[in-house]
Design a protein around this ligand. Structure first.
Ligand code: FAD
Length: 548
């Protein structure tokens, strides 16, 4: 009569309802067994031997590949699973890391496992994604027929999906009323996190067992592994980062969160995405330092809590509208958009060579670190979907492949918001101007130069405006005409910052300014498309989103 704690997107021991309940149930069962054994005959006592709690994590490489889970995120998962294994071993619980090539094969694998280990109860966190929900309802029926209880705990959100609704009981389709209702509900919620269960009284568990770190068996699917070492792993690291952020930075968050050159945000998304940290732990930590954070309208924490509510909003949407898991347009009018989907332009965007410095710096940050600042995610998503008219699903997929914090709900929500096809739709005629964005949020081009070093010697103000001369070969709606020579070096007048009037006379072809000085050619592409041209083109095409 053993139990299983099945870890999924909840790679933590603290504040884990499933794990907590599994420990608590097995403790009560064993305590009862000990009492019974005192009054039983030797034969009866042997029969009622103590129950064990086992732990499992299932690696599903084919499913990861099919869903473009990023190689860096997989590495991060592997590190966390191993840390979990070590921490469980200290509690006397063995973690089995199982591999199931085929997602649908999980049922069979689990049935074989429970038979092998005489498991009568399974505990796990529920999941919001469509396929996962279907798998769980299938498993429910299967396990019931074998008299095995399957106990699921909702803990991916601080407030349960389905419980923040409008007066008709429906999910909100725009953020602001959702957030108001969420806050009202939060005031009566307790966010006190659950502790890590201590020793497993009443059974042999509680004494340490050994754990050998594993390397995931990914088969031939992944050619390369990408290290996530630049991110510290573990619950302790996550909670240290959380506390440092709240103690030292949250009061400045509102002022600094849009500046990509500084660490003005918490960088907790990789931990929240894997469930190394829970949203309840985040809110509890805020309330520890700022007890009135949820009720005080002027609290310094308001903006940060708002971001956590955005996370909740997208998850509640995913639960309410399962089609989002399949990447359908939230706004069905989006089905009528004629995307250009030019593969060469998409490749230039992915590789950070669009000729728009802020876009390229952002994409290179993503490619090099597996993370991108939120302001930049909005800029590059707008650029891809509006300037280049590439279907948001292409960008969403590329993000998933690269991000360490890849998260279906937030990624889908962010992309659809940017494309104008989502909830709280950004009006289709609002097209971010990358030059104005970089001028406002990276005025000294500190961030741009960090990731596009070839622009190091160029005066910042030149990076916030289009180059004179243009050469915008992408200025066309026709794919055949849009073979831009993206890699052509662009001549930037290095003297323009010093002598503005002279730069006005800059000759693009000769690279000689009015003072007769030779400008240096900077090996950086010409812009892929002209901003004002792209803006007009996008508005025409995205007018499909206009309600008739
Ligand atoms: P902070 O600013 O410190 O915010 C705290 C936490 O709140 C974050 O860790 C995150 O969990 C949540 N959060 C913050 N902003 C948002 C938001 N706009 N939407 C949903 N949750 C939010 N976030 C992901 O976690 N995974 C993704 O795959 C993802 N893809 C995105 C794609 C696009 C196109 C856009 C515009 C946004 C995306 N985001 C995604 C949201 C956001 O950019 C990141 O959560 C944020 O940059 C993470 O940095 P941080 O931890 O420092 O956030």
């Amino acid at each position: 009569m053993n139990s299983l704690i099945w870890f999924r997107q909840d790679l933590r021991l603290a504040d884990n309802k499933a794990f907590y309940q599994a420990c608590s149930d097995i403790r009560s069962r064993n305590t009862a067994t000990v009492v019974e054994a005192k009054t039983a005959t030797v034969t009866e006592a042997n029969a009622a031997s103590t129950a064990q709690l086992r732990a499992a994590y299932i690696v599903t490489p084919k499913q990861w590949l099919a869903h473009d889970v990023g190689a860096m995120q997989i590495d991060f998962i592997e590190r966390h699973v191993n840390l979990l294994g070590e921490n469980l071993a200290k509690l006397g619980i063995e973690l089995d890391v199982l591999t199931c090539d085929d997602f649908d094969g999980v049922d069979e694998l689990l049935l074989a496992y429970i038979a092998q280990h005489d498991i009568k109860a399974i505990y796990a966190s529920s999941e919001l994604e469509h396929n996962e929900r279907q798998r769980d309802s299938r498993l429910h029926a299967l396990l019931e027929s074998k008299s095995v209880s399957f106990n699921l705990f909702e803990q991916h959100c601080a407030i349960t999906p389905g419980s923040v609704t409008n007066l008709s009981g429906d999910m909100y389709k725009v953020f602001t009323p959702f957030s108001k209702q969420w806050r009202a509900k939060a005031m009566s919620e307790s966010f006190a996190p659950l502790p890590v269960p201590e020793v497993m009284h009443g059974c042999e568990q509680g004494s340490q067992v050994a754990y050998e770190p594993v390397r995931f068996e990914l088969g031939d699917s992944y050619i390369e592994r990408v290290s996530s070492e630049q991110w510290s792993a573990g619950e302790e690291a996550a909670s240290e980062r959380l506390n440092q952020f709240i103690e030292g930075h949250i009061s400045q968050y509102s002022a600094k969160r849009d500046i990509p050159a500084i660490d003005g945000t918490s960088s907790l998304s990789p931990y929240l995405a894997l469930g190394v940290l829970s949203p309840r732990q985040c809110i509890a930590a805020v309330l520890f330092y700022y007890p009135d954070a949820l009720v005080n309208e002027t609290s310094v924490c308001k903006t940060w809590i708002n971001e956590l509510i955005w996370r909740e909003f997208y998850r509640h949407l995913l639960a309410a509208f399962p089609r989002l898991s399949k990447n359908a347009n939230f706004n069905v009018l989006g089905d009528g958009i004629q995307w250009r989907n030019d593969a060469d332009e998409f490749a230039a965007w992915c590789e950070g060579r669009t000729g728009y410095p802020i876009v390229d710096a952002a994409m290179r940050q993503l490619n090099q670190t597996g993370w991108m600042h939120n302001r930049l995610r909005m800029i590059v998503a707008s650029f891809l979907t509006k300037h280049l008219l590439v279907d948001w699903r292409w960008g969403e997929r590329y993000f998933r492949q690269k991000l360490i914090d890849g998260d279906l709900a937030a990624n889908n929500g962010g992309w659809q918001w940017s494309a104008g096809t989502g909830c709280d739709a950004q009006p289709y005629f609002r097209v971010f101007n990358p030059y104005l964005q970089s001028e406002k949020f990276d005025p000294q081009a500190i961030f741009i130069k960090r990731f596009v070093p070839e622009l190091n010697n160029v005066a910042p103000k030149l990076l916030h405006k289009p180059p004179s001369g243009g050469g915008y070969l992408g200025n066309t709606h026709s794919k055949s005409e849009s073979q831009a020579k993206y890699n052509e070096p662009r001549v930037i007048d290095m003297f323009a910052d010093v002598n503005v009037s002279a730069s006005a006379n800059m000759s693009d072809t000769s690279g000689v300014n009015a003072s007769g000085e030779q400008a240096q050619a900077v090996c950086y592409p010409s812009p892929i498309v002209e901003h004002s041209f792209a803006r007009t083109r996008a508005i025409e095409v995205l007018a499909a989103l206009k309600k008739s």
